[in-house]
Design a protein around this ligand. Structure first.
Ligand SMILES: Nc1ncnc2c1ncn2[C@@H]1O[C@H](COP(=O)(O)OP(=O)(O)OP(=O)(O)O)[C@@H](O)[C@H]1O
Ligand SMILES: [Mg+2]
Length: 288
């Protein structure tokens, strides 16, 4: 199974949540491939091994970018981490190009299906808005089995998530779990609203606002390891459990999957995304 965590919005906790879920699964004995799709930012590497991060920044180790260029094979870019069973796959610098979306999606699908033969795949999606991020998401949607929006408890974040969840759904990727992160007492009234993000039956799991997350982040350690008995670690465990219980492989993966999304996006209000570019992508698919 392959689960993508994301939201087009900075700092909602995508990396924190997805990374902790990956660690939790690995600690339970499952092999996990953690893909840091934060093209060029790789915030997750700082959470576990600064040396790897330095190598990536200096362009010294192969990443998804090299795989896309035919210079590395899938298992060659899955790096062993200090956590048993957990492998890190860095995206490297660069972005998905419009005219290459179809090809990128096909290659990405191959990459994911290779990892799925050996274990579970968790994708930490980028947060910045705009075109490059939209293309990144379409590429991810071509290949993942389920999408988990990591939402902050405010209307704008929820609206963003609904839009992205629809895009996922139109790509045949269900949304049956939403993480409402950084929740404080007064935010619980947004739980109902957050349920609107789900595209099929599922759960909204709140994760409270907590300094323990910041502390763990700054120490470069997973919260589930630092505070295994905490309420926060229990929320992470719940997310991992729901994923395990509900994940089903979406039958067909590959660029074909995002065709419907492209055909509908055009007619929608998609803030921050240049629609003319989507028309261009649509043409690519039409041409065949
Ligand atoms: N539940 C939480 N309570 C308090 N702080 C949190 C919580 N979750 C995440 N944070 C903090 O919020 C900041 C942003 O988190 P993180 O980097 O995971 O977000 P992101 O969505 O991946 O950001 P980006 O869009 O830059 O990729 C970090 O400092 C992290 O420690
Ligand atoms: Mg991040």
């Amino acid at each position: 199974m392959c689960i993508a965590f994301g939201l087009q919005g900075g700092g909602t906790g995508k990396t924190t949540i997805s990374f902790n879920v990956a660690v939790k699964m690995a600690r339970e004995g499952r092999r996990v491939f953690f893909i840091g799709m934060d093209m060029g930012r790789q915030s997750a590497v700082y959470l576990w091994d600064k040396r790897v991060a330095d190598h990536i920044y200096k362009g010294e180790i192969a990443t998804i970018r090299e795989y896309f260029r035919g210079k590395a094979r899938p298992l060659e870019i899955a790096y062993e981490s200090s956590i048993k069973n957990l492998f890190f796959v860095p995206a490297g610098h660069g972005k998905v190009e419009v005219k290459e979306l179809k090809k990128s999606a096909a290659l990405f699908s191959k990459l994911i299906s290779e990892y799925k033969r050996y274990g579970r795949v968790i994708i930490d999606c980028p947060g910045s808005g705009g075109l490059s991020s939209a293309l990144d998401y379409l590429m991810v949607f071509s290949s993942c089995d389920s999408f988990v929006p990591v939402v902050e408890p405010n209307e704008a974040s929820i609206a963003n998530a609904i839009r992205l969840a629809n895009m996922a759904y139109l790509s045949n990727v269900p949304v049956n779990l939403v993480v409402l992160n950084k929740v404080r007492e007064e935010n619980y009234n947004l739980m109902e609203r957050a349920r609107k993000i789900l595209t099929i039956e599922g759960n909204v799991i709140p994760v409270k606002y907590s300094d323990k997350f910041v502390d763990a982040y700054e120490k470069g350690a997973p919260l589930v390891d630092l505070y295994p008995e905490s309420e926060e670690a229990k929320s992470i465990a719940k997310i991992a459990e729901v994923i395990e219980r509900s994940a089903r492989s979406v039958i067909k993966a590959g660029p074909e999957r995002i065709k419907t999304a492209l055909s509908i996006i055009e007619g929608q209000e998609v803030a921050e995304i240049d629609l003319s570019i989507f028309r261009h992508i649509k043409d690519l698919f039409r041409r065949k």
